[in-house]
Design a binder for this molecule. Structure first.
Ligand code: CA
Ligand code: ZN
Length: 301
């Protein structure tokens, strides 16, 4: 069954206290309409930004209660399509992002997005789009987590790997998962170094169901290239280490390899990568290509 969730259902904190706005069965699809990460408040680069509520950021649309999904399960989210709006923005500000000590004032640039040619125009530079979902997650275990912050539940992981045709696996901590997403970017590079992507409204269609055989305590993404383990931490160093350990934890039992051998394999075939370095927690991702999974007949569903 297909459902539609419109933009009146925005929320800013992932929490078990957030009342679900839609109840679905596993295997249903939902077309989720999302506001940009500033709740669609910015309509012109010349407007008075003092009128903008910048704290009201990273809205998700939802949450969605999925029947028969329980704490300890993993929610399998298949991203079927991402339809972008026609206009978005990117911004930097004093005190934010990698250049936080040097940028002196807020700067906003607006972008027309050409969805037919899959491009946007930066001062005459034509760039390809790479649509992605910044915020995607379930209600966390205990405390409420603002949507600005990523974690084991998902949240603001800002990964360009959360794109159409990817499958996102999210640990479930509350009955029904209480899933939501938002903060779509039309374009962003690994790191999101300036603090924003090309922030835009969108409609995202996802299928939600229970993962059959992937037990993970951190978010995992599978795309046509391979499998990624996402770990968020105050320290990127710790995030990278933990993403490797967590990947070994899910893969080793499915192989005949010793810990020494699988560590060698991770070192040869794995890639330590970065989602973002600018959110309250940074998010590392560790990648293993499909040829490794295929060799050991590992198939997650
Ligand atoms: Ca974000
Ligand atoms: Zn964003």
């Amino acid at each position: 069954m297909k459902h539609v969730l419109d933009k009146t259902n925005l929320y800013y904190v992932m929490s078990k206290k957030e009342e679900p706005v839609l109840n679905i069965n596993p295997g249903d699809t939902v077309e989720i309409h999302t506001a940009d990460c500033f709740s669609d408040q910015i309509i012109s680069p010349d407007m008075d930004f003092s009128a903008v509520d910048w704290s009201n950021s990273n809205p998700a649309t939802g949450p969605i209660y999925v029947n028969d999904i329980h704490p300890g399960d993993v929610l399998k989210v298949t991203i079927e399509t991402i339809e972008l709006g026609s206009r978005g923005l990117a911004t930097v500000n004093a005190g934010a992002g990698v250049m936080r000590d040097y940028i002196e004032k807020r700067c906003v640039k607006m972008f027309d997005v050409d969805t037919e040619h899959h491009t946007t125009n930066f001062n005459g530079l034509i760039m390809p789009l790479n649509p992605m979902i910044g915020v995607i997650g379930n209600a966390p275990a205990d405390a409420s987590v603002p949507n600005s912050t990523p974690g084991p539940h998902g949240g603001n992981m800002d990964s360009k790997k959360c794109t159409d045709k990817s499958i996102v696996y999210l640990p479930v901590f509350q009955e029904g998962a209480l899933f939501g997403l938002g903060d779509v970017h039309a374009k962003m590079g690994d790191g999101e170094v300036g603090i924003s992507g090309l922030e835009i409204d969108a409609a995202v269609t996802v299928k939600l169901e229970k993962a059959e055989n992937l037990a993970t305590v951190h978010p995992v993404v599978i795309d046509e290239e391979g499998i990624y383990m996402f770990v968020s931490d105050e320290s990127l160093d710790n995030g990278v280490d933990e993403s490797v350990k967590q990947m070994i934890k899910i893969l080793q039992p499915l192989t005949d390899l010793s810990l020494e051998e699988i560590t060698i394999l991770m070192s040869l075939a794995g890639e330590a990568q970065i989602n973002q370095v600018v959110d309250p927690l940074k998010t590392a991702r560790f990648f293993i290509p499909h040829y490794v999974l295929n060799h050991y007949s590992i198939e997650f569903s």
